[in-house]
Ligand binder design. Structure first.
Ligand SMILES: [Zn+2]
Length: 374
């Protein structure tokens, strides 16, 4: 992780580089800020920067042997402490037990979310925690001779999930760590931390991502499609995780809308060829997306029906949907609306119970074609 991979947050990047250049790197830093603002990514970028052998005035090189090991999270002097869960076979879990999974998760999600991490490692809805046994591991790892790095880094993600006994046990090492050791604690709820932990760290508050910076980053996002990155950045309120969620939801909604309009156009035109092409495509997208599409059919049909009654408070269409609905809504009326719902509902049940999707969607397309011309 290099500084350039962290969205925005320029003042904090500059501050961290300055700490290094003025040889004022403290032995414990606490980064505090809301979810999705990139604090853990920034913590890692800083640790990588400190240990890089080809660093510039603004960033690590990304290619030296230290940077390459940091990239894969396999540097022997980089230690992660993260919340984990107990299982029937792991009754005294520590971060080391979950390290391979954590590497996989974090490399794919450098803006991690506690709930998703716990979901990934736990089948039931468990609470994640940094357990008591973690304390001795932290101390042990740092007391080992440094392998190759200038700085041994102990990165603690969400110290607020730490068991109180564990927190008390690490107080001493946090205050007087072995030489060339840096603790970086990355927290979202500092008020849940005991004050003796807080007081041992130099605290840096990291704000939400600047809207402009977030929009610029989203502009190059692979699932942006025809979304306006500035709209998404504004809605996401400086939270990259939320912005990605919005993009994904929106992408699905756009797709469903396109399929709905194709179905209705081909249906109204009684264009058998187009209806068959449509049912071919919708049969190929997988059951989960098919169910999402069928729910969309019911919802959007209802919205069109309601918009005939000029009750705007019941209509939640976006701009593109409204444009279509302006012309389409009169074709949904009391003679066909309940029949259409019944068709969508029937298809939903059949798809969910593993029916033959090609037959289900061809049949539905032909029935919709009749109903829409009633
Ligand atoms: Zn480097």
């Amino acid at each position: 992780m290099q500084f350039k991979d962290v969205i925005g947050q320029r003042p904090t990047k500059a501050l961290l580089v300055q700490l290094f250049r003025e040889q004022r790197v403290p032995h414990a830093i606490m980064l505090i800020g809301p979810p999705g603002n990139g604090k853990l990514a920034l913590a890692l970028a800083f640790a990588q920067y400190l240990n890089c052998c080809g660093k510039t005035d603004t960033d690590s090189c990304g290619v030296c042997s230290s940077c390459l090991k940091y990239k894969k999270l396999i540097h022997p002097d980089l230690h992660f402490t993260i919340p984990v869960v107990k299982t029937s076979t792991l009754t005294k879990p520590t971060s080391t037990d979950y390290l391979p999974k954590w590497r996989e998760y974090f490399i794919a999600n450098p803006y991690p979310l506690y709930e998703r991490w716990i979901q990934m490692i736990s089948e039931e809805n468990k609470q994640g925690m940094i357990y008591v046994d973690e304390a001795s591991e932290i101390i042990q790892k740092l007391n080992r001779k440094s392998y190759e790095a200038d700085y041994k880094v102990s990165l603690i993600w969400l110290p607020e999930t730490m068991h109180l006994t564990c927190a008390n046990k690490i107080l001493k090492v946090l205050e007087e760590p072995p030489a060339n050791t840096l603790f970086i604690l990355v927290t979202e709820e500092e008020q849940r931390l005991i004050s003796t932990i807080r007081s041992r760290c130099q605290t840096i508050r990291l704000p939400r991502i600047d809207e402009q910076d977030l929009a610029e980053s989203l502009a190059t996002h692979p699932v942006l499609a025809e979304n306006n990155p500035y709209d998404i950045a504004r809605l996401a309120n400086g939270n990259f995780i939320l912005a990605e969620e919005l993009l994904k939801d929106d992408e699905v909604r756009r797709y469903n809308h396109r399929q709905y309009t194709s179905l209705m156009r081909a249906g109204y035109g009684r264009n058998l060829q187009d209806l068959l092409v449509w049912s071919d495509e919708i049969s190929s997208i997988g059951r989960i997306r098919q169910l999402s599409f069928l729910r969309y059919c019911s919802d959007f049909t209802r919205e069109n029906f309601m918009s005939n009654f000029k009750q705007p408070e019941l209509v939640t269409m976006d701009e593109e949907e409204l444009k279509f609905a302006n012309k389409f809504a009169p074709f949904i009326h009391d003679k066909n609306v309940m029949h259409l719902f019944a068709e969508f509902e029937k298809s939903l049940k059949d798809v969910a119970s593993n029916g033959n999707v090609k037959a289900i969607f061809t049949d539905m397309a032909l029935k919709v074609s009749k109903l829409i011309r009633l």
